[in-house]
Design a protein around this ligand. Structure first.
Ligand code: C5P
Length: 342
């Protein structure tokens, strides 16, 4: 963040939040809708790779966004990665960014809403199927309504649904079954502690393109086996039930999907697949040591940006809040495992 864009903390009301990303442990596509979206059923879980946001009211009534990549991008450059490979895509600025569109939507919906100045430090890769932009949007909705206009939960969920299919999930991070286009959320509790290794290959994917390329199944799969395995806390069992219908569609668009499948098959993970519409893959591991070993191997294979993450300890999140932390993303509370890159 440039000096011009750095927030001064003295004496101003502001909220700092960590916005986690998500993995889809199960995703089945059920039908194509008239509005162009697809009807689906998915099991999503929030994991410990975060963007950091600071939100502060702007008395002038205008909205401003300062947005940049956090340390990860520097680390990748330092490691000799060519940023042109696309792991670190250009970030949408100002009106192009979903965060900006979120505060504009809130200002329209909530009488008395003022302007906001927002600082966003990105770590979650884009075009990755990790829901980073949606999580940022949900975090901003929560932050603004904590210090600004009161908006009831129902209205907040309605605004979230208009911003993107994954935004409502991030209003209640943890784990949830998503239905409809993914915006109808049924929280799943408890959330057992699992270790994953996530890899974002150098080439990302467009959500719309992947859905367009998806062939509908004649016999859709049921989420219940994955849901039960998830609740058991047994990574071996969960590893056997992972499923993502969009993987086949993504394979035809991006050759990295096939490469990821081969790498993860050889990685020793208990189960693996693409998350959401890709292009990131994740593998399920037995424990932290196993995950560190797999992550080191994937880095050595130059698989892209590699992260060891865990499910989030809900008590560290408050009732339904994302974790708070400082502007460097240092997380107070639950086990954290920031991405390491290279
Ligand atoms: O909801 P979101 O803006 O993230 O979706 C991006 C695009 O992905 C949509 O415009 C649509 O083409 C596709 N999509 C879909 N069915 C879903 C979710 C997304 O077809 N359930």
């Amino acid at each position: 963040m440039s000096a011009r864009g750095s927030p001064e903390s003295a004496g101003t009301r502001e909220v700092r939040l960590l916005a986690p990303c998500k993995l889809n442990l199960f995703l089945e596509v059920l039908a194509k809708r008239r509005d162009g979206y697809h009807e689906l059923i998915t099991l999503m879980v929030a994991v410990s790779l975060y963007d950091t946001l600071i939100v502060r009211p702007q008395p002038a009534g205008t909205n401003r966004l300062h947005c940049c990549w956090s340390a990860g991008r520097r680390a990748v450059r330092g490691a000799g990665w060519d940023p042109a490979t696309g792991v670190w895509d250009d970030l949408p600025q100002d009106q192009e960014n979903l965060v900006y569109q979120t505060v504009e939507a809130l200002c329209r919906a909530a009488p008395g809403a003022q302007g906001w100045e927002i600082w966003l430090w990105k770590r979650i890769p884009t075009r990755a199927g990790l829901g980073g932009a949606s999580s940022d949007a949900a975090a901003v909705l929560k932050a603004c309504t904590r210090i600004g206009p009161r908006v009831d939960a129902e209205q907040l969920a309605a605004i979230a649904g208009t911003l993107g299919s994954d935004v409502p999930f991030f209003l209640n991070v943890g784990a949830a079954v998503g239905e409809g286009r993914g915006e109808r959320i049924y929280p799943v509790r408890p959330v057992p502690h699992y270790h994953f290794v996530v890899t974002r290959p150098p080439v990302g994917l467009s959500t719309a393109e992947v859905y367009r390329n998806c062939r509908l199944p004649s016999k859709p799969r049921d989420v219940s086996a994955t849901l039960e395995a998830f609740g058991s806390g047994d990574p071996v069992r969960l590893g056997r039930t992972l499923f993502n219908r969009l993987q086949e569609a993504a394979r035809e668009i991006n050759p990295w999907v096939n490469r990821m499948e081969k790498l993860f098959a050889a990685s020793g993970c208990l189960g693996y697949q693409m998350t959401g519409s890709g292009s990131s893959f994740f593998g399920l591991c037995r424990h932290a040591r196993h995950a560190r070993r797999v992550a080191a191997w994937l880095r050595a294979m130059r698989a892209g940006a590699v992260y060891h993450v865990t499910t989030l300890a809900l008590e560290s999140l408050g009732a339904s809040e994302p974790a708070e932390g400082d502007c460097h993303g240092n997380h107070r509370g639950s086990h954290q495992a920031y991405g390491e890159h290279g």
